[in-house]
Write a new protein. Structure first.
Length: 159
């Protein structure tokens, strides 16, 4: 085995790892005008898209603060997650892949009037994500179905 057969694949792995670690948060996140659209690549899913990126929103009812507390708890329970910001009905989290340290962005925007949590999960780099973002949203959907609503006291219990 020649030194070139070892060095070239190793250099490619190092470049991939560095690219994953250096990606910064996209400028178009924030939930001000809804969720960001998905790019043309298949490494994104969104409940606000109606093409191959489409995924159903999560049905969830409650006051904004209560729902977003449940969403944040569910997101934090997922591996390698970091909540960047949670403001009102909006949450942005970042997930880091195990091996190369690639970053994926998750956005959640709660529509209290319709009882829907709109969601977008997208890879920052690369083209194909092997279904990671779609599986993440489905796992979050399942977690939110089992995380209980905050307990409330009966009105006369505080007297």
């Amino acid at each position: 085995m020649s030194i070139q057969n070892i060095i070239l694949p190793l250099a490619a792995l190092v470049c991939l790892a560095l690219a994953g670690c250096s990606s910064s948060s996209p400028d178009n996140l924030g939930g001000v005008d809804g969720l960001s659209p998905c790019p043309g690549s298949p490494n994104c899913v969104s409940s606000t898209m109606d093409d191959g990126h489409a995924i159903a929103p999560i049905r969830i009812d409650g006051e904004v603060a209560d729902v977003m507390a449940r969403v944040e708890a569910a997101v934090r329970s997922l591996p390698r997650s970091r909540v960047e910001r949670q403001t009102g009905p909006y949450l942005h989290a970042v997930f880091t892949s195990t091996f190369f340290g690639f970053h994926d962005d998750l956005e959640c925007l709660y529509d209290a009037e319709n009882g829907l949590l709109h969601i977008r999960s997208a890879a920052r780099t690369g083209y194909y994500d092997f279904g990671v973002n779609r599986r993440r949203v489905e796992r979050l959907r399942k977690l939110l179905s089992i995380i209980p609503e905050p307990a409330t006291l009966p009105e006369d219990a505080t007297k």
